[in-house]
Design a binder for this molecule. Structure first.
Ligand SMILES: Nc1ncnc2c1ncn2[C@@H]1O[C@H](COP(=O)(O)OP(=O)(O)OP(=O)(O)O)[C@@H](O)[C@H]1O
Length: 248
């Protein structure tokens, strides 16, 4: 189970948003990607997920070159992502939002000869995913009735609908209060027990409590990769990004 960026480059005109990035995300657990605003974190996730094509370099999924494979193709190979801006249908119930995502991402077309059994199966899977993200009690509520934190949980549920082995999470704590952030940390920990998670996050307490490995991106380049302790104590990282707050 490995997701690898190899000499990855992305240019937007004259701007090199991703500069020769080498990154290896492997095994279950959380690999955090941190860096200042505009460092190129979202661009890198877009390259890994297939939303963007690299200017040069490769993305390897379990050793296979997927650089030219589109997003649905990568989802089918076990790579999914959450977004900074969610794509939830507010008038639909939580259950329906998840069920449609299961159907949409399973790649299997509608089985017209057993529609009822198929639908039952979709809703059973939706209920299982809702349970995993802690939304069972909200299953039959419209998504518009959810709190901001619950909506983030639903966003994670939609990403889990394709049964990914790799999950790219783009700022899942953004806009969450203290308690909601704590719940999201627990949820990510549960997810990462059996999956490989690449987490982009500005909340350093969350990053350092969750991550097994941390990579630091500055001006499109990875300036350091290592354990949370090694990163906290790296003078270059402190200078470029962390300041003294997280120095041990
Ligand atoms: N489609 C695009 N066209 C042109 N420039 C872009 C495009 N997408 C991103 N950029 C630029 O690339 C750089 C990296 O942006 P990116 O959104 O990847 O950074 P980020 O680290 O995710 O930032 P943040 O933490 O604020 O979300 C920025 O200078 C941004 O303006």
């Amino acid at each position: 189970m490995s997701l690898v960026a190899e000499n990855l480059v992305k240019n937007f005109g004259a701007l090199a948003a991703t500069q020769n990035v080498n990154l290896r995300v492997e095994g279950s657990g959380v690999h955090a990607l941190i860096g200042p605003n505009g460092a190129g974190k979202t661009t890198l996730v877009n390259l890994l997920s297939g939303a963007l094509t690299p200017s040069s370099g490769r993305v390897l999924l379990d050793g296979q070159d997927v650089s030219r494979v589109d997003m649905p193709g990568r989802v089918a190979r076990g790579l999914s992502r959450t977004y900074q801006i969610t794509s939830i249908y507010p008038d639909w119930t939580v259950e329906r939002n998840i069920a449609l995502s299961v159907q949409g991402r399973s790649g299997s077309s509608f089985r017209f000869w057993q529609p009822v059994a198929h639908e039952r199966n979709l809703y059973r899977q939706a209920a299982d995913i809702a349970e995993e993200v802690g939304l069972t009690s909200r299953l039959h509520q419209p998504a518009s009735a959810l709190s901001h934190g619950e909506r983030k949980q639903l966003d994670v549920a939609l990403a889990l609908a394709s049964q990914p082995r790799f999950l790219l999470m783009d700022e899942p704590m953004a806009g969450l209060g203290h308690e909601e952030s704590g719940q999201m940390v627990q949820l990510i920990r549960r997810i990462a027990a059996t999956r490989s998670v690449l987490l982009i996050e500005h909340d350093m307490d969350a990053v350092f409590s969750l991550a097994r490995d941390v990579s630091v991106l500055v001006y499109g380049q990875i300036i350091a990769s290592g354990t949370p302790d090694a990163i906290k104590n790296d003078p270059e990282v402190q200078k470029a990004y962390l300041g003294d707050d997280h120095a041990a």
